[in-house]
Design a protein around this ligand. Structure first.
Ligand SMILES: Nc1nc2c(c(=O)[nH]1)N[C@H]1C(S)=C(S)[C@@H](COP(=O)(O)OP(=O)(O)OC[C@H]3O[C@@H](n4cnc5c(=O)[nH]c(N)nc54)[C@H](O)[C@@H]3O)O[C@H]1N2
Ligand SMILES: Nc1nc2c(c(=O)[nH]1)N[C@H]1C(S)=C(S)[C@@H](COP(=O)(O)OP(=O)(O)OC[C@H]3O[C@@H](n4cnc5c(=O)[nH]c(N)nc54)[C@H](O)[C@@H]3O)O[C@H]1N2
Ligand code: SF4
Ligand SMILES: [Mo]
Length: 701
């Protein structure tokens, strides 16, 4: 047995530290792997969830892809790469550069995400790139940028939460989605602090709460307006803070004047007494944090909803105070870093805007190309998937790190669009439902087989280390991108006066070299990584961005002295409540909301292949309230059909008094939930409305 390697979990944004010990470094797949939690990583400090404990199974089991597939048949790497390069050339000759699209993922390392964006812009010269993070925290990101001039999930170390006197968590179920997160909230409660949870279900997290507000799905915006109304009328406004550190309060004060509590109760179903209690707790706390999860964010008004919670936090004087603030609880393993380095349709590395001439100039210089040759902004994730194969839309798609057949909204339609492509190329470790549709599948390395960096939910940049040898036949995403870049050349070919770099060097396969280039590309941007090195990350157990120089300590709490807005002040933005994109009616009388269970991860491509996790739950279900079950004459375990305007899904009934009687819940880890969901988009973030649509239930048979 070799000495264990210190690395991080492959799954969620908590990025729990773990030690991975391989039976034998040399023999790779087939060996046993032992995983134990690390004590030195503050986010988990010795804890792991069931998914983390069992993550080794996909390293050694027989579920891995180990050879490229061309139209379903095993192929050599050169054959597969040549084929893809030829087809890309044909498609672009016929349909232009934007005929080829790229879709990335928030689970990719910073190095991969950066390289993918660079590949799209310089080799393919396509504007058509976006990623699954658009489905994740984009509304919170948009709201944070609007208010603070920066989007860093938690703008404070996670351990600060233990020091708070009150935490309000709107639409997050961390007990299932990030179990070790709960210990920070438990520590707060043990010190006498209070936890308030806002969720239409009495979740495992809500059960830990001192106060549970149980609104109708899609009404958090009204609730937040009501809480701010009460905070003002009950005398909790921090006038000195509002005057000294913010702008725009007067318009917000006016806009919440009509959101008196009885009106909010009518819309949300949350009793006035509960709202008063929540405001008393938050207003009376010396230190308090307001956090949002996907429950509040994944709506066609998610950006405004998060804005309303930020307005509440600002009125209470929280952001930028020690042990206090607003934060968004992301997301995928590299949900934070994945949105900073250029796989988003409108972005360049360092959280720069692709339509900003200075940003284009800077990044083009690092890439050795002419800024005039860089494409502009492209379509957002759902709009991109929706345009595939249509007149004027992309005809080819390269997909790295996502499984939209299961996870995209209105997935039946998206699957149809994927099926209409001239070329679908998927890089994955397993045969996901989307890989199964691909013309070409590239088998790629995964977490413990590779190096790189991941940025966790706190904005702390961490090192992923290679602990085991990948099985023979697989290549890293960096190697795949280089293989395509040398075949296609793009801006690195002679036609472009400013180019001339060698694509093999421009697309290094060494994570550390890519990271060093990323540091230069991000220098001076909002997400500045210039001062972060692999050595520092190792020595300091992570470095917080922004970190502009090697002698800069990093920035655990970026808002302490001011906000990164032009005037240094945070901005109040007035917002108005509105109903969901699709409300209930006689034909579709119930709200459907969707989310996660502890044992499975996302589209389930990874966790549905792990026996210990399937032993917990291995099929989709529909959670219904006993009153509703009685009305429909349904009992637990019976098969239910759920019908929406987009499609039909089936699931086993779970009868549970923890959910509202007007609402049903389905997890999206299995095919089904997303056949029903509504792709109505938030106008600012382009986030689809995963968390509320109208359905009816039918008994099967
Ligand atoms: N086990 C597990 N853990 C995960 C993941 C996973 O797939 N599985 N994925 C990771 C990723 S990428 C993410 S983004 C995070 C997500 O983490 P969370 O945001 O905690 O996860 P969800 O289950 O999507 O949603 C949280 C809660 O929102 C509630 N909700 C639904 N509609 C509404 C509403 O209108 N208002 C409010 N206030 N609440 C509502 C749901 O009932 C649910 O309990 O989890 C990460 N961790
Ligand atoms: N109804 C509903 N739908 C939702 C949500 C919801 O709450 N409700 N949540 C949304 C959210 S928050 C998210 S984040 C999305 C996530 O949904 P997806 O984007 O589908 O996420 P994953 O299932 O994690 O898919 C990642 C895929 O990439 C592969 N993979 C893992 N690591 C790598 C790598 O390093 N390289 C490559 N090439 N492949 C890799 C995995 O095996 C897997 O097949 O789902 C969204 N969809
Ligand atoms: S909480 Fe997230 S990072 Fe930690 S072990 Fe579980 S899945 Fe992995
Ligand atoms: Mo996510």
């Amino acid at each position: 047995m070799k000495a264990p390697t210190a690395t991080h979990c492959p799954y969620c944004a908590l990025q729990c530290g773990m030690n991975v010990a391989a039976g034998s470094e040399e023999s790779g797949a087939g060996e046993t792997v032992t995983i134990t939690p690390r004590q030195d990583v503050p986010a988990n400090a010795g804890g792991l969830c069931q998914k983390g404990w069992t993550a080794g199974e996909l390293l050694t089991g027989g579920q891995r892809l180990t050879t490229p597939l061309l139209h379903g048949e095993p192929a050599g790497w050169d054959e597969a790469l040549d084929y893809v390069a030829d087809r890309i050339r044909q498609v672009q000759a016929e349909h232009g550069s934007d005929g080829v699209a790229v879709f990335g993922g928030g689970g990719l390392t910073n190095e991969k995400a950066y390289q993918l964006g660079k590949f799209a812009r310089t080799v393919l010269r396509t504007s058509q790139i976006d990623y699954n993070g658009r489905f994740c925290m984009s509304s919170a990101a948009a709201a944070s940028n609007r208010a603070f001039g920066m989007d860093r999930g938690l703008p404070f170390p996670i351990t600060d939460l233990a020091e708070a006197d009150a935490v309000l968590l709107a639409g997050g179920n961390v007990a299932e989605t990030m179990p070790p997160f709960l210990r920070h909230l438990t520590a707060m409660r043990e010190r006498g602090g209070s936890l308030i949870v806002v969720d239409p279900r009495l979740t495992a997290t809500a059960r830990q709460a001192d106060l549970h507000l149980q609104p109708t799905p899609g009404t958090d915006l009204a609730l937040a307006l009501g809480l701010l109304h009460l905070a003002i009328t009950e005398g909790h406004l921090d006038e000195a803070y509002v005057a000294g550190r913010t702008t725009g309060f007067d318009a917000v004060r006016t806009s919440v004047a009509s959101w008196w509590p009885e009106r909010v109760e009518r819309i949300t179903g949350v009793p006035v007494a509960h709202m008063r209690q929540a405001v008393a707790i938050l207003g009376g706390a010396g230190r308090a944090a307001i956090l949002t999860g996907r429950g509040a964010e994944q709506h066609a008004k998610g950006t405004d909803t998060v804005t309303a919670f930020i307005n509440l936090a600002l009125a209470l004087g929280l952001p930028g105070r020690p042990g206090s603030g607003y934060g968004c609880v992301t997301g995928q393993g590299n949900g934070q870093g994945g949105r900073e380095h250029g796989q988003k349709a409108d972005q360049l590395p360092g959280y720069r805007k692709i339509d900003d001439p200075a940003a284009r100039e800077h990044v083009a210089r690092v890439w050795g190309v002419d800024p005039r040759d860089l494409p502009g902004p492209g379509r957002s994730a759902y709009e991109l998937l929706d345009a595939l194969g249509t007149a004027g839309g992309p005809r080819a798609l390269l997909l790295f790190g996502s499984n939209p057949v299961i996870s995209a909204p209105r997935a039946g339609h998206v699957t149809g669009r994927l099926g209409s492509l001239d070329l679908l190329v998927v890089s994955d470790l397993v045969m996901s439902e989307t890989a199964a549709m691909a013309d070409v599948v590239f088998p790629t390395t995964q977490w413990a087989e590779e190096g790189g960096t991941m940025t966790n939910l706190e904005g702390r940049v961490l090192l992923r280390r290679r602990a085991v040898t990948p099985p023979p036949g697989v290549r890293s995403d960096l190697e795949i991108l280089q293989g395509l870049a040398v075949r296609l050349r793009g801006l690195f070919s002679g036609e472009h006066a400013s180019a001339g770099a060698d694509p093999a060097r421009a697309f290094s396969t060494e994570p550390r070299e890519v990271f060093d280039e990323l540091r230069r590309a991000s220098a001076g941007g909002v997400a500045d990584y210039a001062g972060i090195t692999y050595e520092r990350i190792a020595a300091e157990t992570g470095v917080f961005w922004p970190c502009p120089a090697e002698d800069h300590p990093g920035t655990p709490r970026p808002f302490l002295d001011g906000f990164p807005t032009p005037d240094g002040r945070a901005r109040f933005v007035p917002v108005e409540h509105r109903p969901p994109g699709e409300d209930v009616d006689e034909e579709y009388p119930l709200y459907l909301t969707t989310g996660r269970v502890l044992a499975h991860y996302q589209s389930g491509a990874q966790t549905r292949r792990i026996a210990a996790l399937n032993a917990v739950v291995d099929e989709t279900f529909v959670e219904v309230h006993p009153d509703l079950a009685e009305r429909l004459e349904v009992s637990a375990g019976q098969l239910l059909r759920v019908v929406s305007r987009r499609g039909v899904a089936e699931g086993v009934a779970r009868v549970n008094p923890a959910i509202r009687a007007d609402t049903v819940f389905m997890p999206f880890h299995w095919a089904g939930a997303n056949l029903l969901t509504n792709p109505e988009l938030d106008p600012v973030s382009r986030m689809p409305e995963f968390k509320v649509c109208a359905v009816r239930l039918e008994r099967v048979g």
